[in-house]
Every structure is written in C-alpha cells, then in structure tokens.
Design a protein around this ligand. Sequence first.
Ligand SMILES: [Zn+2]
Length: 380
Amino acid sequence: MEMSAKDLVRVTIEAASEGAPHEWSTGGHFSVPASFLDATGLRQHLEDDGRLTIPAGFLPVSARYGEQLRLHCAFTETPPISARLPFSYQRVPVPLRTIVARVVSRVRRRSLATNEGFPAWPLDLSADLLLDLACEEGRQEEIGRTPVILTHDLDTREGLQNWVQIFLDLEEAVGARSTGFVVPCAWPLDLHLLDQARSRGHEIGVHGYDHSNQTAFLDSRRRIERLEAARELIEKFEVRGYRSPSLLRTRGLMSDLSRYYSYESSITTAGGILPVPSRGCASARPFRVEGITELPLSLPPEAGLCFIGFRPHEIFELWVSCAEQIAASGGVVVLLTHCEERFSGNSETREAYRLFLDYVASSSSFEWSTPARVLEREIV
Ligand SMILES: [Zn+2]
C-alpha cells in the first residue's frame, strides 16, 4: 500500500449512498490513491472525466488508506531558505521580508488558482473521505455543532499587545475565547499581559523558541535544549499546545514535542503557499502522530491570503466557504490569524476576522471551542 505522489488520482464524487458516513463528499473534489481504486474495485465506477460513483453497498475499506494519505505530504522535511540562512531570518527587516514573501506568493498565486496538486488549496478533505469509507456504518451519534477554534501567532511584542488590547474584546463580544501562541525566547515577554489574557479565559500556547525557523530541523539533542527553554512558561501558564514558527514541522519535532505538550497545531489541512508549498494533511480532524495529538489548521491562514493580495471581504468569503465544507464533513474549524499591524492588526484586514466572528456566532452550525475541549473528544 506504498503511495507516491504520482499514484494519486483526482476524482469528483458523483454520488454517495444516502445516510453513508461519506455522504457529505457528494459533488466534492478529492485525491485518492490509484492503488485504492484498484484494490476496492472502485476503478470500474470511475469515468474518464474523473467522476466517481460510490455504489450502494460499498464495503468498508482499511482505515490505513486514509491514515497513510493524511501523512503523505504532512511534513516539511526540507527546510525553506529562511531556515538555511547562516543568521536568523528575523534579522532581515520586516519590510524586506514582506516584499520577498509577496513576490514569492504572487508568483505562486496562478498555480494555486488551477491547483490540481495534493493537497489542494484552499481546502482538501481527501484523507477524511478515505477514513469515512473505512467506517462500518453511519456515525454513532448525530454530528453536533462544529467546533471553531481561534488561534493567534504572536510573533512580536506588538502582536501580544494587540491581542490583549484589541482582539480579546472582539472575541469576548461574541462569547469566544482564543489561544495566543507566544515566542518564549525572542524578546522579554510581558507576563502581565499573559496573566490578563488567562484571567479572561483565553489560553497561552508556545510558538517555537526564537522564531528563527530552526527548531524543526535540529538534531533531537539540540532541539530538546530549545524546547526546555519554554518549560517555565509552560508551567506558569499551564500551556498545553505548540505551534511551530512558519508552520515548519518534521516527524522528529512532533516526537520531541510529545514530551511537553498535549497537542500540536502546525499542519495545514490544505496545501499552502508559504513557507513550503503543497504540504498538508488533507484532513480537518484531530489525529495522533508521533505520540502527540495534531490539531490541523483547517482554514487558510490570513498571512498567506494577504500576501497573494486577497481583500478582507475575499478572505471572509473564503473562510466561510471552507468552514461550511468542514462542518459538513464532521471536521474542526481551526483559524490562525496574526495580531500585528501588518496582518490582522490593522483595522481594514481585521474586518475579515470581525465578520467571521459574527458569522460563526450567528450560525446554528458552529460553536466556539478550545483545543482542550476538542482534545477531550475521542481522537481517531
Ligand atoms: Zn509566527
């Protein structure tokens, strides 16, 4: 059941049996392994144009197909240029980094628009489809409201200030609480602000070591030294989760994180743009990997969308459309925004976030949740 990138076939689900666990997939686009089509006999239900009918009475397949597809492109084992510089890329001035990121992103925007790759952008739920094809019968219980988790990567002192001074009010106004991932060893953290956020019911997470994009790629001994540096913060603020800077993640990192954290949330569901394109897990459901629970980042983060020139209302509409598909599939909505002025910290871009908060709060399909609450549910 070994799989290579060439082995994946793009299909559109033409029809799924009513009441089946995979019913939500009807009309959607997915990538499935050719070996899966052959082994399950589905190949004979595949049209030349990619339309695939899942016949009534289709027998459950092994869950290994979905589990394998989920990890097929999940990691960023090759460091991006920012992690290979002889100095921290954080020493490159922000305006210059922004220009580089914009140029790279816009060059890639065209390929995104016609993205047939794996995982697809802006959303790919192929692994979840395969997992549902492995289910014996309909879901045990009716899917309740879809959990929505709000997270922020607080890369700078400014980001942390904005989170506490601007974002908490916005979130609390709609009954939501967020998790702010802070960088433990880049600048002196204002612990008073962290206390304030916690006392208002928000959570603190850890965002790397010094945000130099190195930790994921170090050998385990040197990586542990960096992870240890956050120990005081973890204990003082009862930190349970980790988000890797620039979403860089390796199997080695996951394995070492399991010593310190209950969950990790750096694997995107879709193939993203930066820092490493076409990497993601094609799942919007929490899963276990290397001894830790992964909480996939299921909505496209705002930073990449800003770089490729999305306007705030386009960002909002994209989030809504992805969130609705995730809800139908039984996934978890996890959103990442940045609180710095150059991202959602400015009032214009923040409008996308505010609109999304209002949308979720007024919808009967969603409920505000937190990583801890989602972790309490059973993990497949
Ligand atoms: Zn960051």
